[in-house]
Design a protein around this ligand. Sequence first.
Ligand SMILES: Nc1ncnc2c1ncn2[C@@H]1O[C@H](COP(=O)(O)OP(=O)(O)OP(=O)(O)O)[C@@H](O)[C@H]1O
Ligand SMILES: [Mg+2]
Length: 146
Amino acid sequence: MKNEMKLEFLSISENESLARVAVASFISQMNPTMEELTDIKTVVSEAVTNAIIHGYEDKNEEKITLTCKMENEQIEIIIEDKGIGIDNIEVAREPLYTSKPEWERSGMGFTIMENFMDKVDITSKPGEGTMIRMMKQLTSTRALCN
Ligand SMILES: Nc1ncnc2c1ncn2[C@@H]1O[C@H](COP(=O)(O)OP(=O)(O)OP(=O)(O)O)[C@@H](O)[C@H]1O
Ligand SMILES: [Mg+2]
């Protein structure tokens, strides 16, 4: 099965659950396991939260784009913001690194994304924004039942 969807929403925290539910509903066509579904909802939350609080530094009226593609058992999720961007991507990916310790962030968002997904690409330019592209192959036996 091949399918694709794109969603654009404002950078307000209420939209984290919108993004999670939209992706969960989209991928449920592929018969994911409960664990796959929970993992994917979690990584979408992490990436959207990052766009809101880091990319746009909690300014509420900026746009976030979520693109979701599926082909056979492969899922691709892209989350983009046009916010402040990331200076040093390698440092940002490190477990426990956070630029906002005063906000009680734990610096585990990217580590969670990497653990739950097969591949996480980060493209970012200071002053221009950030794009997170995540891929995951669902377990083929269940996906083939579709
Ligand atoms: N969309 C983004 N725009 C700008 N900077 C970002 C973005 N996403 C992540 N970062 C930077 O990368 C760092 C690491 O992100 P990560 O999600 O791993 O940790 P965190 O958000 O700081 O903490 P946690 O996710 O555990 O609450 C952030 O502290 C921030 O500096
Ligand atoms: Mg985070």
